[in-house]
Write a protein of this length. Structure first.
Length: 344
């Protein structure tokens, strides 16, 4: 992936297909394409450009082994995917997801040291296998080539923000304070039960009673009972509601985040919380059922910075700094790449 198919270094996002984690790696690739970064590295030429993530699905029996014991990682892939992972190798490799790790560990050898290898998340192997590891701070991973980030690396381009404002400009004419309501749902650690959905509905009705305009969006993980409940409430209150393009038209997610004054987000997704925090607006966390030590650390990292607060029935306004850890990560990749490929 790159800002141009003709010039500059080649960037591959190699993903195991999990959307949330792949999204973080794609965000890093897009941040590298920003003019101020791309102009520093555009002298590097490549014939290995790819315009989309490479999604891999390795199969047993190698899949059952620890990543360092795979005897022939490429042979674990279906033939079509095997053809995707072949020379010429990229200048930058961004691995995403646990199943990408055996390939990230070996691409430096395959490329004869040409490729700068970046791995997102905690790879659960020695970080020294990679040039740079970018895990969330709450994973508690450390090392000389490890760059922890507060939350997940979130990114939105100027062009995408401008397009969202154009496509959903009517939102700004609505009366009152505007609040984006970002609702997740069932995950390994959290769930949105019918009782909790009912309580959230009362919270949202309380916001509407304060004259706050609600812009509600749900995710793929939101249970059907909650979708029905929040859609019905939105229709009654005259709030905006989005579930899918099939039922509700183009996705206003980015417009909701960028044009609102307050953001409310359920606690179950590092991506959703990090994307909300990117905008430098008050972020309120909404409780769901369940918890985990890792998510407790995630929430604390945002509340300690004064970016987020737990919603307790009061919708106040404050002016937090935006959390844009992706800039720090992308700048470090540029630095490492220039060191590997000095200007002639």
């Amino acid at each position: 992936m790159s800002s141009s198919a003709a010039v500059g270094p080649s960037i591959w996002v190699v993903s195991d297909g999990r959307a949330g984690i792949e999204r973080q790696a794609v965000a890093i690739a897009h941040a590298l394409g920003e003019f101020q970064r791309w102009s520093q590295i555009s002298y590097i030429s490549s014939d290995a450009h790819k315009s989309a993530p490479v999604r891999i699905s390795p199969q047993p029996p190698q899949l059952w082994l620890p990543p360092n014991l795979w005897p022939a990682p490429l042979m674990a892939l279906p033939k079509a995917q095997r053809r995707e992972l072949n020379a010429p190798w990229p200048d930058i490799w961004i691995g995403s997801g646990r199943r990408s790790v055996p390939y990230s560990m070996r691409v430096k050898k395959w490329s004869a040291g040409k490729t700068l290898v970046v791995q997102t998340q905690d790879p659960k192997v020695d970080p020294s296998h990679f040039d740079l590891v970018i895990p969330p701070e709450h994973d508690q991973l450390s090392g000389p080539n490890v760059m922890p980030t507060v939350g997940a690396p979130a990114y939105f381009s100027t062009g995408d923000l401008e397009q969202a404002a154009l496509s959903f400009g009517d939102l700004t004419s609505e009366p009152g304070r505007k609040a984006a309501i970002i609702i997740g749902g069932t995950s390994k650690t959290h769930s949105l039960s019918e009782n909790r959905a009912k309580e959230l509905e009362q919270d949202l009705r309380g916001l509407a009673a304060q004259g706050i305009r609600l812009w509600i969006t749900v995710s793929r993980r939101t249970p059907e009972h909650a979708r029905i409940r929040f859609r019905s409430m939105a229709e009654e209150l005259g709030a905006r509601f989005w579930e899918s393009e099939t039922t509700d038209g183009p996705n206003p997610y980015l417009a909701f985040l960028s044009l609102s004054e307050l953001i409310f987000v359920t606690e179950d997704s590092a991506n959703m919380i990090s994307e909300a925090a990117w905008f430098g607006k008050p972020v309120y966390l909404l409780k769901l059922a369940g918890s985990s030590a890792k998510f407790d650390r995630l929430h604390k990292s945002f509340t300690n910075q004064g970016v987020a607060r737990w919603y307790d029935g009061k919708a106040e306004h404050w002016a937090p700094d935006p959390v844009r850890e992706i800039d720090r990560a992308a700048d470090e990749i540029v630095r490492l790449l220039i060191a590997k490929h000095p200007k002639p």
